[in-house]
Design a protein around this ligand. Structure first.
Ligand code: NAD
Ligand code: MG
Length: 361
């Protein structure tokens, strides 16, 4: 297996599973955490390694170090492994997904942003979702027909228990305290704003080719997805909130051994379900617009990435993230994207536009 984003939350879990099944790792790639990368190199002895920036090259303990997006693409060409786990965060993961698709590799896709921004250009790709909700849907939809509607479940993020008016003064350290999942910082903020669930709706649309899809909150993250059928039946997928299950489903061919202990339903005190408040999670109001024009994904994603970065650096407030996204959408209108190059062009233009917002904190 080729593992991109190996030092992140998903990457680290995937490598734990690789040890369990003695899976050969031909390549590792990451952004900045060279210390952890070196440990992984020592443990897995990959043929190829890629890092984000050339300035770190001398720190990497490996003979075959590639750099940047070109390095990632070159590794995909050189490695004979046919499975890529793409766990890079953000738009930076797109080129690897596209290249792996071009090379007919199987892609265990954690990088949902690839589908958010360029789902139309990934039609026919051999994608296996790593996102827990989509892994759940994959299982629920196996050999089933007459599907009416799909649901992905949300946790509500770090501020589920807060009132909308209290969101004004929250700090990055508060937003990074996710109640159920231990994840990278970008997706943890996306959970608090509900951008993550918005992205997962469009991710599900591209993966399962269905527009009837919605989300609601289950604060314990024990229920991951529902599938509603024409006959009025609904099937549900429960598990403990641990990404190893979804990763294992995506990277292993056989699924007969236990990854997690099952839930003990008798011991569960209660499960509650909540509507997503559009006042509190205003980004979720974009759901229908995004489903009606998936091209909006590139605008929303780029604006969101810039705003999340600003919030994490305390250059804007939490509520400015959604304000920034809406302001950007107003500015760019409805994009009509016909060529893949336009995705990269829009991403660049939107970032340029958003970087220049000034917010008074
Ligand atoms: P993370 O921040 O913990 O890790 C991101 C990884 O990407 C790191 O290894 C980082 O070094 C690497 N990276 C960043 N920029 C890079 C670049 N330009 N080139 C090469 N490597 C680069 O993030 P995460 O939580 O592991 O999430 C990774 C992806 O999986 C995201 O798209 C996220 O939405 C998705 N995902 C994560 C979870 C989860 O539980 N963590 C669940 C569902 C989906
Ligand atoms: Mg998810």
């Amino acid at each position: 297996m080729i593992v991109f984003g190996s030092t992140g939350s998903i990457g680290v879990n995937a490598l734990k599973l690789a040890i369990l099944k003695n899976l050969h790792i031909s390549a590792l790639a990451c952004g900045g955490n060279i210390k952890l990368l070196n440990k992984q190199i020592e443990r897995f002895k990959p043929e190829f390694v890629c890092i984000k920036e050339a300035k770190d090259r001398h720190l990497v303990k490996h003979k075959n170090v590639f750099v940047g997006q070109e390095g990632l693409e070159r590794i995909l060409e050189l490695s004979s492994d046919t499975l890529l786990l793409n766990a890079i965060v953000g738009f930076a993961g797109l080129k690897s997904t596209l290249k792996a698709h071009k090379l007919n590799k199987k892609i265990a896709l954690a990088n949902k942003e690839s589908l958010v921004v360029a789902g139309e250009f990934l039609k026919g790709a051999n994608l296996i979702p790593v996102d827990s909700e989509h892994s759940a849907l994959n299982a629920l939809l196996k050999e089933r027909q007459n599907v009416k509607k799909l649901y992905v479940c949300a946790s509500g993020g770090a501020f589920f228990k807060l009132k909308t008016k209290d969101l004004k003064s929250v700090k990055p350290s508060d937003a990074l305290k996710h109640p159920n999942w231990s994840m990278g910082s970008k997706i943890t903020i996306d959970s608090a704003t509900m951008a993550n669930k918005l992205f997962e709706i469009i991710e599900a649309y591209h993966l399962f080719n269905i527009k009837e899809i919605d989300a609601f909150i289950e604060p314990k993250s024990l229920l991951h997805a529902l599938c509603e059928f024409q006959n009025g039946a609904t099937s549900a997928y429960f598990s403990k909130p641990d990404m190893k299950l979804a990763i294992a489903e995506a990277i292993f061919d056989t699924h007969e051994f236990e990854i997690l202990p099952p839930l003990d339903f008798v011991k569960l005190s209660h499960l509650k379900f909540h509507k997503i408040s559009l006042k509190k999670y205003s980004l979720f109001t974009l759901k229908n617009a995004l489903l009606n024009n998936p091209n909006l994904g590139v605008i929303i994603n780029a604006a969101n990435e810039v705003m999340v970065e600003k919030f994490l650096k305390q250059k804007c407030e939490f509520l400015d993230i959604s304000k920034g996204v809406f302001k950007t959408l107003d500015h760019f209108g409805e994009p009509k994207i016909r060529e893949l190059e336009e995705v990269f062009e829009y991403d660049r233009k939107v970032r340029e536009y958003c970087e220049n917002f000034s917010f008074i904190v």
